[in-house]
Design a protein around this ligand. Structure first.
Ligand code: AMP
Ligand code: MG
Length: 351
């Protein structure tokens, strides 16, 4: 088999270069200082994935209490934002679809819905949290290893469209205009959750912290004596892959979206868990998108949106977002393409 040649492309030269397929993210931190604060690490299952908190604190009780409060906040957000839990605030809102009722949202749900709709408008619906009916058909398809029936997809698509989710900014209420609409915040809720958890830690005086969960993370102040949290952006799986690279993250969010772990493969074609809301079809161009942004919710939303938009439109979106940068790897057909925005380079640790 021919080995792909590895070349990094700047935005503007997107598309034709080859590169390694996979980024793998891991955080590594400084060793504890004997005189300064100590490093503590916590992991807990939250929102269906392991969430991890790494923090520096003067002592164990301070660290334990802060982590417990942060995880508690994530649990609270899951109760509000989950589409798996039929009793969550989000699910209860979805159950009013087509009834004509406007439902007042909690501050958290309102914030996430508002940010979602802003991104939907900016991407002309490539990012769309009303994809629920279609996503649930693809989840079933993955379980049964069978493509969704076209007629069912067409039916589900009738209930998809961000313009049918109407937000009233006066009273923070939401109305779902079409019957069987179902909201899915899977593309943005974890980013918000890591932000919220970091906020809890900061409120307790723990500012040197990293919170991550399911491809989304946010960093607070760096570890003592460091410029940032060292996050590995490493290729995998390809023989002549470029060496592992690291970014330094401080007071910023980072999110990765891709179809590497969640996809359906039928007749050699791989369908992502991310769908194009205009067609209802899972993406097939194997992509891995890493976004750095001022906070977790921005990074999370953008990484999913760019997965749908593709490199050119995705890069334009990132360039127009303050403080955002993107690194993309795609494999349309048997070609491997890699590209990143100029700002992403600033985050690389000096070799
Ligand atoms: P992420 O891993 O952040 O890219 O989010 C992927 C999840 O977002 C999927 O598992 C779906 O629940 C949901 N989703 C899929 N496609 C879209 C889309 N085009 N816009 C918004 N959410 C989506
Ligand atoms: Mg996302």
């Amino acid at each position: 088999m021919r080995q792909p040649k590895v070349v990094h492309a700047a935005v503007g030269q997107l598309g034709r270069s080859f590169g390694a397929l996979l980024l793998f993210l891991a955080a590594s931190c400084a060793a504890p200082h004997s005189s300064g604060p100590n490093r503590f690490e916590f992991t807990e299952p939250q929102m269906g994935v392991p969430f991890r908190i790494v923090l520096y604190a003067p002592d164990k009780p301070t660290a334990d209490q802060a982590a417990r409060a942060a995880f508690g906040r994530i649990t609270q957000l899951n109760d509000i934002l989950s589409d798996y839990d039929t009793d969550s605030e989000l699910s209860r809102l979805s159950q009013t679809a087509g009834s004509g009722r406007a439902v007042q949202a909690s501050a958290d749900l309102w914030f996430v819905l508002k940010r979602s709709q802003e991104l939907a408008q900016r991407t002309d619906g490539a990012f769309d949290v009303t994809v629920g009916p279609v996503v649930s058909l693809w989840r079933k398809a993955r379980r049964e290893k069978r493509l969704p029936a076209p007629a069912k997809l067409a039916e589900a698509l009738k209930a998809v469209g961000y313009r049918n989710l109407v937000l009233d900014p006066q009273c923070h209420a939401a109305r779902l205009l079409v019957p069987y609409m179902r909201l899915d915040l899977g593309a943005i809720a974890k980013g918000y959750a890591v932000d919220a958890a970091l906020k809890v830690l900061r409120a307790r005086g723990v500012t040197r912290a990293l919170v991550s969960g399911g491809g989304d993370m946010v960093a607070g102040d760096p570890p003592p004596g460091k410029r940032g949290w060292r996050i590995e952006v490493a290729p995998l799986d390809v023989t002549n892959a470029p060496p592992a690279r690291f970014v330094l993250l401080a007071n910023a969010g980072l999110a990765t979206s891709g179809d590497l772990f969640q996809h359906l493969e039928i007749d050699g074609k791989r369908y992502s868990h991310i769908v194009d809301p205009h067609t209802g079809i899972g993406l097939t161009d194997h992509s891995l998108v890493t976004v750095i942004a001022p906070d977790g919710i921005t990074a999370d939303g953008l990484s999913t949106a760019i997965s749908v938009l593709g490199p050119e439109a995705g890069a334009r979106l990132v360039e127009k977002t303050r403080g955002a940068a993107v690194h993309m790897v795609r494999m349309p057909g048997d070609r491997i393409e890699m590209a990143e925005s100029s700002r992403f380079k600033r985050f690389y640790e000096a070799p």
